[in-house]
Design a protein around this ligand. Structure first.
Ligand code: ADP
Ligand code: MG
Length: 386
């Protein structure tokens, strides 16, 4: 009898010890995970527990961290807040390339994995973050390098766009000098109309230069609500002349009532510049074929709403793509163009940018007939106050 009771007590003590040991084991695993891990209150996202790595990475003390909400680390990321609200039990979700802040508001980029779980009696969210700053920076540099290449290729067209307003101004100046040389008075009406011309053309040249500056600026990996028609229209501020020189007819059918999408204007403009220059190249190449003596060069861009997605198609009447080309299209440095003309980065970089905004690319192409690139992006969800 007594021996039995002692036996139970010993067993209990051993179990307790095991339990404490397994607690320690999990704590050690938790603390030695290479990524920061956060246990959050599912109701309000308050931080309930963190591992050592989270403290090291974010630079807060344990007390400071426990007084924060997970959302504060992301500086009010509305999309994350929405994802956390709608997360259901036993589901996990990956949010990529989010900006987080270390103590002192020092920003860095992370992927965030969140999942719902039970922690004792209460419902919690487990979030872990992976620092991806280095790869985001590399990618930004690559995008910037490709953008500068594009700018270099467009330089002749841009120079032409600026030359035209300069010509108008020169004509006005010549007229004034001629009249003064001849000792003839210039009527007030002429003066007024020419001053108007000069002003308008200075503005036009200034607008082109301003736009080049905006485009050349390095754009970040952040996103905001934009109307997809804006970057499409801006493409032709710099490529308009190129289309005229290459005798390309442009048809723009842009739906004025599209919902906004979450993206970056500058980067999307780069995507459309890549698609448009490829289309022009493909149509030029077709003109070189003897059997296509009088082909029409038609570039058509449409934007529309489709199943809740904002879609854009860019269609050309160019040479089209064979299955071999299609299979390699997205590979970096794949090009069928001559050295110096193609870099083979346009489609690859565009794909990366589109993916960043949760978009997709579909391609339809027929050799000898033409190609259509279709991009789709999820419409931005209205924020609380809308
Ligand atoms: N609209 C198009 N029509 C036909 N071929 C295309 C089209 N867009 C892309 N391609 C093919 O895909 C290749 C890769 O395009 P891209 O990545 O922009 O590099 P690059 O234009 O520098 O060659 C092109 O060389 C071309 O063969
Ligand atoms: Mg290209």
């Amino acid at each position: 009898m007594i021996g039995n009771r002692i036996g139970v007590a010993i067993e209990n003590a051993m179990l307790q010890e095991q339990y404490i040991k397994s607690e320690e084991k999990y704590r050690t695993l938790f603390d030695s995970d290479p990524n920061p891990i956060f246990i959050l209150d599912a109701q309000n996202c308050r931080i309930l527990d963190i591992n050592q790595r989270a403290l090291d990475s974010y630079g807060y003390s344990r007390e400071e961290m426990l007084a924060l909400s997970f959302l504060e680390l992301g500086g009010g990321d509305e999309e994350l807040a929405q994802a956390l609200r709608t997360l259901s039990l036993d589901k996990s979700l990956l949010l990529t390339k989010r900006k987080h802040y270390r103590k002192g508001r020092r920003p860095f980029f992370v992927n965030i994995n969140i999942s719902d779980a039970k922690y004792g009696e209460s419902e919690v969210v487990i979030a872990s973050t992976t620092d991806i700053t280095e790869s985001v920076e590399k990618e930004t540099q690559l995008i910037q390098a490709s953008k500068l290449t594009t700018l270099g290729q467009m330089a002749a067209g841009i120079a032409h766009e600026i030359n035209q307003p300069l010509n108008v101004i020169q004509v006005c100046a010549d007229f004034f000098l001629k009249m003064i040389d001849r000792g003839q008075p210039i009527s007030e009406e002429d003066l007024k109309s020419m001053a108007g011309d000069i002003g308008r053309n200075v503005q036009r040249a200034a607008a082109i230069i301003q736009h080049m500056r905006d485009f050349a600026r390095q754009s970040g990996a952040t996103r905001s609500k934009i109307d997809i028609s804006d970057p499409i229209r801006d493409v032709f501020k710099v490529l308009g002349h190129q289309l005229r020189v290459h005798e390309v007819e442009l048809v723009l059918e842009l739906d004025p009532n599209l919902p906004p999408i979450l993206a970056d204007h500058n980067r999307l403009e780069q995507v459309f510049i890549n698609l448009v220059t490829n289309a022009v190249d493909a149509m030029d190449e077709k003109r070189g074929w003897p059997e296509y003596d009088h082909v029409e060069k038609l570039l058509k861009i449409r934007s529309f709403l489709e199943n809740g997605f904002v879609a854009v198609t860019v269609s050309d009447t160019g040479i089209g793509m064979s299955d071999e080309v299609l299979a390699k299209l997205f590979e970096p440095f794949f090009t069928t163009k001559d050295i110096g003309k193609g870099t083979g980065l346009g489609v690859c970089i565009s794909y990366g940018i589109v993916k960043d905004y949760d978009g997709s690319i579909e391609i339809e192409s027929k050799v000898g007939e033409g190609t259509t690139f279709k991009l789709s992006f999820p419409a931005a969800r209205p924020t609380e106050e809308e």
